[in-house]
Design a protein around this ligand. Structure first.
Ligand code: PTT
Ligand code: SF4
Length: 612
């Protein structure tokens, strides 16, 4: 089968067994790869209601038809499982040599089941699979673990590993790969930890079957150059993702003080220009010619790679405007293997809850030393507070009570990304309807909304745009499995993806064919929710309550006195459901499921919750 190896590697850690399983061409065409494969496998194989941190959950690594091929930005992999943060389908997308090595080993996906008896490293080399002891690095951070692995196998292998956060099942633990790369903020690192799986190392030597290997070589080579030139012309990677910080501050969209404020006079101290000035090195994912990983020294001289999300949520959101201090918090998150974004939101929520008298404590906004200590307590689940904050802001709010849930900045249990939507209805909708909780990766509608429409509008054009972006970002890029930055940041055309798909698989698809796959996967993720939460309600698609609160409105700046309005937001949500063909609860109707080829899945879901 060109474009796919046609094989999945299934490993059972309890029994220490493994087998290769073939999948059909029909399966490949229907789900394509990455998120599509992972969602379908988890939907079919997980019993509803299982504990995400128990042995019944599965850890999946899934690749797409262009993953690992020398073409722009294809060095990415999807890691997935039932999310410990949300209880729904969860995944993340990270740069890793595993993309190329696993495909060369002969697999499009890896499924890890069960639980090891002792800390384990899985070593995969073509047809060989070894279950190796990892006691030597259990309890160690991700940097030491990486060094240990590289010392054994050299730097050419693909590596996924976890730190203390994953080992101790911090619900927002991530999977780490190369320098500066992390993914699976829905808690996929904790899923690895729950299985005592410290690391996965992959080496492959086989060719990847393609419909037109010569064509691919030429086009891939030319496009890698073209993307590099585009990056030079636009200058995007000078500030990389953090180029957006100054803009967010200007348009009142920056998270400041647990999202209480939307802008701050000191924001410039941590903006893209300052980050670039402090740069000591640049890292990137494999097959990337627009490398975006800007690395600086933290206050202790350690290398730390910073993106906008990390800076926004560990910096202004905690009222910390000292770049080396922010870098230090970021370094610790990377070392412990916990999500910088949820970590930032959990700490800001804690400070806010103390401020509002929901809980007693002396932690304060702006205190970077105390923040560092708390990160250590969280990663080790040490003491009552470390253990509780390791559960995420929603669960902590439920424990604190006193109305604090209103300002736990999360949707469906996943903390929000660094866009303060106090008065940005479309982006608030994008967070609300993201099928994995509040993640910006699904739909980043904010620039369209602020640059091309009125901020005041709750009209259908915003719901339509959210869906258009979901199809591309949460769809195409997550099942083809390649980085979206050439498209979003450099304007490298979407038409390149059908082109690569054809070179890899021989199939001549239009973009509309791809959007059908995107809609199918979104519908399946929703069915996953229905099975887990049969009483599911549209309120699950609401952003944090504090954004609707008039007493929380800004007192100065461009959106002074403004806030989201419930009735209008609900109308916008309804536009979204209507366009998607979902019912009033936000669940795809039977007709929609039928149209997307999900009749079987609908039947399976109906055993647990009703469909309309
Ligand atoms: C992603 C999320 C992001 S999104 C960031 S910064 W960003 C944070 N990075 C973290 C980190 O670093 N260390 C850490 N301990 N925790 C972190 N949590 C946060 O995780 C990432 C880039 C970025 S940088 C983005 S937007 C794009 N994301 C893509 C995506 O989701 N899909 C895709 N097809 N292409 C993408 N390209 C870009 O990749 P999650 P990476 Mg990450 C250190 O996975 O779970 O979605 O969380 O993968 O290889 O580091 O690249 O301003
Ligand atoms: Fe990785 Fe950044 Fe390149 Fe995307 S642009 S592939 S995230 S280095």
């Amino acid at each position: 089968m060109n474009g796919w190896t046609g094989q999945i590697l299934r490993v059972n850690l309890t029994a220490k067994t493994f087998k290769k399983e073939s999948f059909s061409e029909e399966f490949a065409r229907k789900w394509v790869g990455g998120r599509g494969f992972a969602a379908k496998i988890l939907f079919d194989e997980l019993k509803p209601g299982i504990d995400p941190l128990g042995p019944d959950n599965k850890f999946i690594v899934a690749l797409g038809p262009i993953a690992g091929i020398p073409a722009p930005n294809t060095g990415k992999a999807v890691v997935a499982g039932k999310s410990p943060m949300t209880g729904g389908y969860g995944d993340g997308n990270l740069g890793t040599r595993v993309a190329e090595q696993l495909r060369k080993a002969g697999y499009d996906a890896l499924i890890v089941e069960g639980k090891a008896e002792r800390p384990t490293m899985l070593y995969i080399e073509d047809d060989k699979v070894e279950f190796l002891p990892a006691d030597a690095v259990w309890g160690q951070g991700t940097y030491a673990t990486n060094d240990w692995i590289y010392a054994k196998y050299g730097k050419g292998v693909g590596v996924l590993n976890i730190g203390q956060g994953g080992e101790n099942m911090v619900r927002y633990a991530v999977v780490r790969s190369l320098e500066g790369r992390a993914g699976g903020r829905t808690g996929i690192g904790a899923v690895m930890g729950s299985k005592l799986l410290k690391a996965v190392v992959v080496k492959g030597t086989k060719p990847i079957a393609q419909a037109d290997p010569e064509g691919m070589k030429k086009v891939g080579h030319d496009d890698l150059r073209q993307v590099h030139q585009l990056d030079k012309q636009t200058g995007w990677s000078i500030q990389s993702t953090n180029g957006v910080l100054a803009w967010c501050n200007e348009v009142a969209a920056l998270p400041v003080r647990n999202f209480r404020k939307t802008h701050h006079p000191d924001a410039w101290k941590v903006d893209g220009e300052r980050l670039n000035n402090a740069r000591i090195a640049t890292y990137g994912c494999p097959n990337c010619t627009m490398r975006c990983g800007i690395t600086i020294h933290d206050d202790e001289g350690r290398e730390s790679e910073l993106d906008y999300e990390n800076i926004g949520l560990l910096g202004p959101n905690l009222e910390i405007f000292d770049l080396p201090q922010v870098a230090s918090l970021n370094y610790l998150c990377d070392e412990y293997g916990i999500d910088t974004m949820s970590a930032g939101c959990v700490l800001s929520f804690y400070a806010d809850a103390i401020d509002h008298g929901a809980v007693a404590g002396d932690y304060k906004f702006g205190d970077s030393e105390a923040s560092k200590k708390l990160l250590g307590l969280i990663a080790r689940r040490e003491g009552e507070i470390g253990d509780l904050l390791a559960e995420g802001s929603l669960r902590a709010a439920r424990k604190f009570g006193h109305g604090s849930e209103a300002y736990a900045m999360q949707v469906k249990g996943l903390d929000v990304a660094a866009y303060n939507c106090k008065f940005i209805p479309g982006m608030a909708l994008a967070f609300g309807v993201s099928p994995i909780g509040a993640h910006h990766k699904e739909s980043w509608v904010i620039t369209f909304e602020l640059k091309q429409t009125s901020r005041e509008s709750y009209g259908p054009e915003k719901a339509k745009k959210v869906i258009e972006l979901q199809r591309i970002r949460g769809g195409l890029f997550e099942y083809m499995v390649s980085c979206r930055f050439p498209w979003i940041e450099l304007g490298w055309g979407l038409e390149n993806y059908p082109k690569y798909f054809k070179l890899a698989t021989g199939l001549d698809w239009t973009l509309d064919d791809f959007w059908t796959v995107s809609d199918r996967i979104y519908a399946l993720m929703k069915l996953f929710w229905l099975r887990e939460y049969p009483q599911t309600d549209r309120k699950l698609d609401y952003p944090p309550a504090v954004w609707f609160d008039p007493t929380n409105a800004d007192t100065d700046g461009p959106i002074a006195g403004k806030h989201l309005e419930y009735d209008k937001y609900d109308g916008l949500l309804q536009h979204y459901y209507d366009i998607r063909g979902y019912d009033k609860r936000g669940i795809p109707t039977k007709a929609t499921l039928e149209r997307l080829g999900l009749a079987e899945e609908a039947k399976a879901a109906e055993r647990f919750g009703s469909l309309t």
